[in-house]
Design a protein around this ligand. Structure first.
Ligand code: ADP
Length: 297
């Protein structure tokens, strides 16, 4: 298959070492792509990489992911897999990154993760958004630069997902409540002015791990500059990161007291994305979040 030889050539060009895919081992846990560990055992030391595959028209998604990993790496705040190369061949696109052996947490690993995420959020920009659009799951995520967070969140986050939901057949009360929420969005920010923090953007427990030394690692970002509460809200959406995480994050940079209300506002974006990706089973959850939020108005 041409794909494997193209991956080999691309790795050799990017790394300066010849590479032959002698072993490939499927890795589960992702939600969008097929993932593999690929090994070359011909040299004195085995060399391994992490490979993601998808359809050829997903090359842009992988290029954005590689750029996001570089941006996270250059923040110096937290370990991420170093991206190596991306490309397409046959009808497939790929992304190759450093392979990281995941290990067990140390006693202080979760605390460290809290401090490192706070350090990531301390990297600020003068505007919200990013230099390019990317994806959240398999859905497009718009990142046109804006100096107004409320406009940005209304139009490029909630509004975009509500429009997609409408095209996917979710109309009626979901849309009406969405309209009402978006009209009154500024009420949630009357005493709070978010900064444009560097965000991971898809920070659920499936996108963080610990390396062999117990150091935190994050991967699979949907990066942009936005309100740091959006990242923290997502950590709470599917399981939570553990009390030590929130304690150490708050020690490093306390959250505003209005976070407890805005948490639903930020997680609504991800639940709407789940409505659009996985269907009706998430619509009831989206509506009950909307009901809670509208009750605050
Ligand atoms: P998807 O884009 O399909 O959601 P992920 O980026 O989440 O895929 O990766 C799928 C799984 O592969 C993760 O759950 C994680 O366990 C593992 N993984 C991700 N990145 C690496 C890496 N650089 N090295 C080793 N394993 C990784």
């Amino acid at each position: 298959m041409q794909i494997w030889s193209s991956v080999e050539v691309s790795i050799a060009n990017a790394s300066g070492h010849s590479f032959s895919v002698q072993r490939k081992q499927s890795i589960s846990g992702g939600s969008i792509n097929r993932a593999y560990r690929i090994d070359d055992e011909s040299g004195r030391e085995r060399r391994s990489y992490f490979l993601k595959l998808n359809q050829a028209n997903r090359l842009n998604m992988f290029e954005a992911e590689a750029e996001a990993l570089l941006a996270l790496a250059s923040s110096g705040a937290i370990r991420v897999p170093q991206p190596l190369c991306s490309g397409q061949a046959d009808d497939q696109a790929w992304l190759v990154t450093e392979y990281i052996n995941f290990g067990r947490k140390r006693v202080d690993s979760t605390q460290l993760l809290g401090r490192q995420i706070a350090a990531l959020h301390a990297c600020e920009s003068d505007g919200f958004g990013w230099k390019r659009d990317n994806t959240i799951g398999a859905t497009a995520q718009l990142n046109s630069r804006s100096h107004d967070w409320i406009d940005f969140y209304r139009e490029q986050r909630l509004g975009f997902q509500f429009q997609l939901a409408s095209r996917n057949g979710f109309s009626g009360s979901l849309q009406q409540k969405g309209e009402q929420l978006m009209t009154h969005l500024d009420l949630f920010f009357s005493n709070y002015q978010p900064k444009a923090s560097l965000l991971h953007g898809d920070l659920w427990s499936g996108n963080r791990a610990f390396d062999e030394l117990g150091e935190p690692v994050v991967f699979d970002p949907a990066l942009y500059y936005g309100d740091r509460e959006a990242d923290i809200a997502m950590t709470e959406l599917f399981g939570g990161f553990g009390s030590e995480f929130y304690e150490s994050y708050n020690d490093a940079w306390p959250l505003d007291e209005g976070y407890v209300i805005r948490k639903d506002l930020y997680n609504l974006y991800h639940i709407l994305n789940h409505v659009n990706l996985f269907g009706a089973s998430y619509a009831a959850q989206a509506e009950s979040m909307l009901d809670r939020l509208l009750a605050e108005i």
